[in-house]
Design a protein around this ligand. Structure first.
Ligand code: AMP
Length: 181
């Protein structure tokens, strides 16, 4: 079992994450956060922790990555009193979009953002539930640069630190609540 450097500080939350072996395919240890989300105290603790450094209203919007990034991102946006912008899988956004394709271990994925989602120069924090290889978050940051947003921070509930995903996001500060190293 992996250890996490943050166990002592957020031990209750760490305990509530359910590890599901071999989902969605053999060899993957899936971190199921649904037991955390259904506990309102733990859910709120994540939202507070993510929002905390930005209470001075330094952001224009929170950007959430499809799909669990929507759950956390929407909570943080409401707590900070700023807007929420979704980055979605290709074909889901109805208006004009920018798209970015990125490689997965097998095959590729395409994500999209509405062209008018953020004003040029808008300061945003991008949120997802989990940082693994960093491919998804790095693609999201490239997409945000296409709309000329300033990515102040990339923030995750869980980081699989042993995969070194941060390295794919050089130039963007990265923060995670629990890091499995
Ligand atoms: P990556 O692009 O490799 O950083 O993968 C990040 C995305 O895949 C996030 O949106 C996660 O929700 C999901 N993901 C990747 N690995 C896992 C895992 N072990 N447990 C849960 N979600 C994962």
């Amino acid at each position: 079992m992996s250890s996490t450097s943050a166990h002592s500080e957020f031990s209750e939350i760490a305990k509530a994450i359910r590890n599901v072996p071999d989902f969605p395919k053999p060899g993957i240890q899936f971190k199921d956060i649904t037991p955390v989300l259904k506990d309102p105290t733990l859910f709120q603790e994540i939202i507070h922790w993510m929002a905390q450094p930005h209470r001075s209203k330094d952001l224009d919007a929170i950007v959430g990555i499809d799909a669990r990034g929507f759950i956390l991102g929407a909570g943080v946006a409401l707590e900070l009193g700023v807007g929420f912008v979704p980055i979605r899988k290709k074909g889901k956004l109805p208006y004009q979009t920018h798209e970015i394709q990125y490689d997965l271990e097998y095959g590729s994925n395409t994500i999209a953002i509405h062209t008018d989602a953020i004003r040029p120069g808008g300061r945003v924090m991008v949120i997802d539930d989990l940082l693994a290889t960093g491919g998804t978050a790095a693609a999201a940051i490239r997409l945000l640069h296409k709309v000329k947003a300033e990515v102040v921070e990339a923030c995750f509930f869980v980081e699989l630190g042993f995969l070194n995903g941060r390295e794919s996001m050089q130039g963007t500060p990265v923060r995670s609540m629990l890091n499995y190293e």
